[in-house]
Design a protein. Sequence first.
Length: 233
Amino acid sequence: MNQSAPSTTALRQVFALLESASFLESNIQPTLLYNEGWLLRLVLSAAEKGVPSLPFHFLQGARWFSEALLSSAFLSRYRGDQLAESLTHADGVVGHFRFSPGSKAGLALDSNGTQFVVLEAKIFSPLSKGTKRARDFDQAARNVACIAQALRRSGRSVDQWTSLAFCLLAPRVQIESGIFTGQLSKESMAEKIASRVSAYKDEDRRLVPIMGHPPAEFHADPLHRLGISYPED
């Protein structure tokens, strides 16, 4: 008995359903397929095969993954932490990485990697303005901070990485309208990340350890390049 037959049949049914999304009589919403996530996956799949579709290219041995979870330097330190945030869902990532033990999406960078790019896709929608506990910590700043955290956890200097970036993919008309310009500026991201860290300055330093180190050490290598300075004790 061919054990792959049921799986193949199921996949054909899934394909037929997705294919029907273009028709008025479809049983599913077109946006189940025609959305930011799937369009980004198609772009990443094409780019991996060498099709020029991104402002960077895949380095040797690089891979891509959709909906990866990125760790934050601002995870909860104790129950009821009013400054904490959860893991960040990245629309897509490209580079040299693996997944943390026991997790299918918790990302950790390879110890000998040279590329790490986080991608966000938007179709006629803006970047989010902040989180529940950090109203001004917008989506661009949050992703860049997560990149820095991933680099810190890798234990390797920025200089050892050839390709590092946060990349936003959106319709040309949306980009040219300028709705992303402010949030994607170096100055905006540096200011908002520094502001996020400064929220901890009045905390009792005995409660401060974040991922095993205090916020003052968070920027030491990756974010120093952004010219971020942290509040003094």
